[in-house]
Write a protein that binds this ligand. Structure first.
Ligand code: HPA
Length: 275
């Protein structure tokens, strides 16, 4: 079956089950899933129920699509995401984002856990993504372009909307939540980076590194969505401190920032203009 038809089937299934018409979606990264519990009047669809969705295989990612109200506003939350390193194709990784586009979503908040490439960014810090660097792996847009999704050659001059970053900085100020801002480097994983890779990414201009987000953002921008990217710095990148990295530590730091993270995201959802 053509991908466009799969997206139509997946979207039709979701539309049939939900009673709201969300234009804003939130993708929750490792250890950051708790926001989904704040959604009022939730309708919860496990990924496994939705035609052509893959289920998430990673600890800390529940794999549920939750719709309902947040700050009185209809939202759709992807609690748990899919990663390229799970063995999926890029098209499979971004399938949920394509369904969001077809549902009518035009605003996307993407969150992740990330390693720091600089001593200035420490575990527990929240970082607004200003831009990204993707060195390797396919683009999710590789292959025949599907014109319903977006243009063949996709502009990436403002992928993380400056207008929305400014709005988020205002939210941070009001709430007294310190926000860093930086460039997120995409690495495919699932190995963490070597110390030399971390040094390279820092030299290239990155402040954070992770194994997600960029495929979804490329797809969302292709589909004309306004995107906000937010990283929770969960650890120092390999070699910045002389310590091995463990997934458990990343989940734990994600849980430590849970309250601040939820407060900030709720404020952003309330402040993001509806049109
Ligand atoms: N590297 C890659 N992905 C990550 C890291 C990291 O240091 N921390 C959280 N996700």
């Amino acid at each position: 079956m053509e991908q466009i038809d799969q997206v139509k089937e997946g979207t039709a299934y979701i539309e049939d089950k939900i009673s709201v018409k969300p234009r804003l979606a939130i993708v929750l990264g490792s250890g950051l899933g708790a926001l989904a519990d704040r959604v009022e009047d939730p309708v919860v669809l496990p990924y496994g129920e939705i035609p052509h969705f893959h289920t998430s295989t990673v600890q800390g990612h529940s794999g549920r699509l939750v719709t309902g109200l947040l700050q009185g506003r209809p939202v759709v939350v992807l609690q748990g995401r899919l990663h390229y390193y799970e063995g999926l194709s890029m098209a499979e990784v971004v399938f949920p984002v394509r369904c969001l586009k077809m549902l009518g979503v035009d605003k996307l908040i993407v969150t992740n856990a990330a390693g720091s490439l600089t001593p200035d960014f420490q575990p527990g810090d929240l970082m607004l993504i200003r831009d990204h660097i993707k060195l390797v792996t396919d683009s999710p847009l590789r292959g025949r372009n599907i014109d319903e999704f977006g243009p063949r050659f996709n502009d990436m001059s403002d992928p993380y909307s400056k207008e929305i970053r400014d709005l988020v900085k205002e939210c941070g100020k009001k709430l007294n939540i310190e926000l860093k801002e930086g460039v997120y480097c995409y690495m495919p994983g699932p190995s963490y980076e070597t110390a030399s890779e971390v040094r390279m990414l820092g030299l290239l201009g990155g402040q954070a590194v992770g194994m997600s987000t960029v495929p979804e953002v490329i797809t969302a921008v292709h589909g004309g969505m306004k995107v906000l990217g937010l990283s929770c710095i969960t650890n120092m990148g390999t070699g910045i401190v002389d310590q091995p990295l463990h997934h458990e530590e990343i989940i734990r730091v994600g849980e430590q920032v849970r309250k601040t993270f939820i407060t900030l995201l709720e404020s952003i959802v309330g402040a993001w203009p509806p049109n």
